[in-house]
Every structure is written in C-alpha cells, then in structure tokens.
Design a protein around this ligand. Structure first.
Ligand SMILES: NC(=O)c1ccc[n+]([C@@H]2O[C@H](COP(=O)([O-])OP(=O)(O)OC[C@H]3O[C@@H](n4cnc5c(N)ncnc54)[C@H](OP(=O)(O)O)[C@@H]3O)[C@@H](O)[C@H]2O)c1
Length: 255
C-alpha cells in the first residue's frame, strides 16, 4: 500500500475500522466514510494525519459520488477503494420478512456496492498503466445458508456477481475488482451480542463464543485484523481480478 491513495467505507464498523487502521500507516492518503462524523466512532485521539473522513449514506448516489469526488479533489487520484458497508440487519423466516426490511437489507448490501463500484471505476479509469484496485467485503453468506437471513445471503450473492461483472468491464481501464468473503468475525458488535446471549441464556460466555466457530475447520476466533492480509493482497495485485477469497478458517468447506 506504500504511497497509495486509499478509500475505505464503513470505518465506524468493526471490519472497516480494522482495515482503515491497517492500511493507513503505509498509504500516502486515506479517505474514509460512514454515515456519521468521525467523532461518532473515533474516541481515542491519534486520528491518522493522512486521513480525511466524509460522512455519507452509501445507498444515496449523491453521497457516493461526493465521496469519490472528495478523494479526487484532495489527492488528484485514487488507487484503491475498499467497500465495507453492509450487515444482515434483520432476522425472520421468508414468510414473515417485511418487504420494507428486505428492501433495506438489499439497499445496504447491494445497492451501496453497485454505486460504490460505479463511482470507483469512474474515479480510477483515468489512471492509465497504474490502473486501480477495488475490493468488496462480501461474506460466506453468499454461499452458505444462515437461519432467518435470506435477504442478506441473496444480497451478498448479488454482490459476488457484481464483482464478476465489474471485473469484466473495469479491465478495459486496468482496474481490478475482487472481494473477500469472511466467516463469522468477532467484531465489537458481535462481542456485545455474545455477552447479551450469554446473559439471556445463562450459558458460559466461552461456550456461546465457541459455538459460533464449531462449524469451522479451525476452531479459532476470526478477528477483524485477520482480514488484512487478504485485503492487502487484493488491493495491490496486478494479476488477480474477479476473485473472491474466503477468509473463514475453512467454514465454507465444513459439513
Ligand atoms: N462481522 C461479520 O461476521 C461479517 C462476516 C462476513 C461479512 N461481513 C461484512 O463485512 C462488512 C462490515 O461488517 P461489520 O461486521 O464490520 O459491520 P458493523 O460493525 O455492523 O458495521 C456496519 C458498518 O456499515 C456501515 N453502514 C451501514 N449502512 C450504511 C449506509 N447506508 N451507508 C454507509 N455506511 C453504512 C455502518 O456505518 P454507520 O452505521 O456508522 O453509518 C458501519 O460502519 C459488511 O459488509 C458485512 O456484511 C461481516
């Protein structure tokens, strides 16, 4: 990432923030985004001097366009764009899933990714030989079934297809489009949910947490920072495009 201009979305979330913290030290400049200002999620001081934050709703095209325009206006170019927006948001069986909740899940996970890709390609198509790299955070839910999460799995499967289409089209400009598919990541939000479940059920916390990794080939806790190696690879590759790498301790291969 040495010397690159990098854009990362959803830096208020567990995964986006870990990616931001991981790439910022080497990057020349970083533009970050989430719906709120950075005060909403960055409490500790030490905000990287090479980073600027832009508030925006990534389901709104004007906000997405504004984010990429900000990056170009400030740095004159964009090399890497990492999209971390998403979430499963609601849980119901299909027959009970309210249509407006379905729309929200699809907008958050798929519409946002489509708009991100559209404006990332526009921002990078003038880079010439240097090209660019777009990286999406997909999910193993694109392949596996998760109880009561049909819209999320459907949207992530759509995002996986978007990676393929975008790789085709962006190749014309030397822009490579790839994704990572994490398994269950122990983000701060998930840690809180585990605390709540342990309190609600009276089960030991460790048992609740271990139950979440029982389907993995390696029974380890996947942490947000564990995704960095794959993100760095896909942010700098000049030979891989249209690829989605599972980062999941082998969960998609389990029985
Ligand atoms: N955690 C996991 O186990 C896991 C596994 C596989 C894939 N993933 C994927 O990884 C990505 C990040 O997940 P996470 O666990 O880090 O999520 P998280 O901690 O719940 O954070 C969600 C992030 O998405 C942002 N966001 C949601 N809707 C948005 C919108 N309309 N416009 C702009 N930003 C929006 C939120 O920002 P604000 O609310 O601050 O605006 C927040 O930064 C998601 O795509 C998720 O589907 C997560």
């Amino acid at each position: 990432m040495e010397g690159k201009i990098v854009l990362v979305t959803a830096v208020s979330g567990g995964i986006g923030q870990a990616i931001f913290k991981g790439v910022a030290p080497a990057a020349r400049g970083v533009v970050t985004s989430s719906r709120g200002g950075k005060e909403a999620f960055w409490k500790d001081g030490g905000w990287p001097r090479n980073a600027t934050h832009v508030a925006g709703d990534m389901t709104r095209e004007a906000d997405v366009e504004g984010l990429f325009k900000h990056a170009l206006a400030l740095h004159g170019r964009l090399d890497v764009a990492v999209n971390c927006v998403g979430g499963s948001m609601f849980g119901h069986r299909i027959e009970d899933f309210p249509a407006d909740e379905f729309d929200q899940v699809v907008a958050t996970n798929l519409r946002s990714a489509f708009l991100f890709t559209k404006h990332a390609i526009r921002a990078m198509k003038g880079n010439g030989e240097a090209g660019g790299n777009i990286v999406h955070v997909v999910s193993i839910s694109a392949k596996k079934i998760a109880a009561n999460k049909a819209p999320y799995g459907i949207a992530k499967a759509g995002l996986a297809k978007l990676v393929h289409y975008a790789a085709h089209e962006a190749a014309d400009y030397g822009v490579l489009v790839n994704g990572i598919s994490p398994g269950y990541v122990f983000t701060p939000r998930h840690e809180t949910e585990i605390d709540e479940k342990a309190a609600r059920t009276g089960k030991p916390r460790a048992r609740v947490a271990d139950g979440l990794v029982s389907g993995q080939l390696l029974k380890k806790h996947l942490l947000p920072a564990d995704l960095l190696d794959a993100v760095r690879l896909l942010s700098t590759t000049r030979v891989m495009t249209g690829q989605i790498i599972n980062v999941d301790y082998g969960e998609v291969l389990s029985y």
